[in-house]
Design a protein around this ligand. Sequence first.
Ligand code: HAM
Length: 419
Amino acid sequence: MQNFRTIKGTHDLLPEELNLWREVGNSVHTLMQQNGYGEIRTPAFENTELFVRGIGTDTDIVTKEMYSWTDQGGNTLTLKPELTAPVARAYLQHQMGNQNPIHRLYYIDALFRRERPQKGRQRQFHQFGAEAIGSSNPEQDAEIISLAYNIFKKFDIQNMSVRLNSIGNAEIRPAYLESLRSSVKKIKSKLCATCQTRIEKNTLRLFDCKNPHCQELLDEHAPFIFDSISDKDQAHFEMVTRILNEIEIPYFHDKKLVRGLDYYSHTTFEITSSALGAQDALCGGGRYNGLIEQLGGKSTPAVGFAAGIERLILAIDKQNISRNLPDIYLIHFGDETTVTASKIANDLRLNCGKIVVMETLRRSLKAQMREAGRCGAKTTIILGEKELAANKIIVKDMSTGNQNEVPISEINQFFNKTS
Ligand code: HAM
């Protein structure tokens, strides 16, 4: 018989780990709502063409990482590898631009990319992110950057670095790429094999190479796109930095930060943490003023970011995280106690809001006491046949060892008083 296992690059998330995931989710919801962002959920798969057109034909995602297939109806579909294109599609489909000049949307979702799995890089992973659609102004860029930064701050992520750049508007790109290609061709033979293949088709991605030798060569020979951006775009960038200074978000202007998706224009940013290892990007984002038009809408400015939840979880110091321990472990034994114990547990959950775990394995008293200690319950309720006959329970405080007898009819009042 075959032993089924998770597919390479995918993981089960077990209850213990999910306590922290829930905490991350709760913080994301709270912070996003505080900033006026509304949640959006899009389907797990979309037409392949949405991603090809949105992300770009020559990008890594589109050329080699998408999970795509043709369904029984002949439609070419893809499991979503990112969420900016689906959110832009939803914005257009629901004519959101006609309802309001600005939309602030956020998401928490699972995504799929067929990358080489390693620490912090999966084939199914999760992101939270935000997209602000409608404003072309730099304060919107700063709001997006601060959203991402503040979440990481809340979880006290160490050694964070905000890398910021501007790649200007799309019009300057063809001339810039031409000059980049011609400079880099002169040093082609000295670059790594991946860089050599990127020169013609995925030229901007040269700057993403992790090989220090390639980076040194680029520093020496390659022009930076930032040095070609217009005065207007430079002023936009400066205003973003002024706001970041004012709200005390430290950043570093990294002229090599170009990002790997074609829809970006103007501001690009990434937040990295050296606590993570090779895959050190906690999040990435930027402006994408051309995407909505590219997908068939009218020209609409937009800016956003997305952060990998697995990477945030890796970077969090687990010692500071509280577990949701049960308030009460309900021990019962003897043939007659089960029905009453079930009722007590149900009442305490519904009427007193307690976290109650009730014994359902019918173990010995000793084994049940051990289980109450193991699961970290603050209080234990004991209901044996003797107590049932006297219409009472024993309530034991697990930290002091103190015991009280409480009439069954007064349990709710007792626990409402003690909480
Ligand atoms: P991205 O840089 O492709 O951008 O992904 C954003 C973040 O998702 C990364 O910084 C990383 O934390 C996480 N991530 C990406 N791939 C993986 C993976 N295979 N395993 C684990 N984590 C991963 C985008 O997705 C853009 N849509 C961001 C954006 C939103 N730009 C504007 N709005």
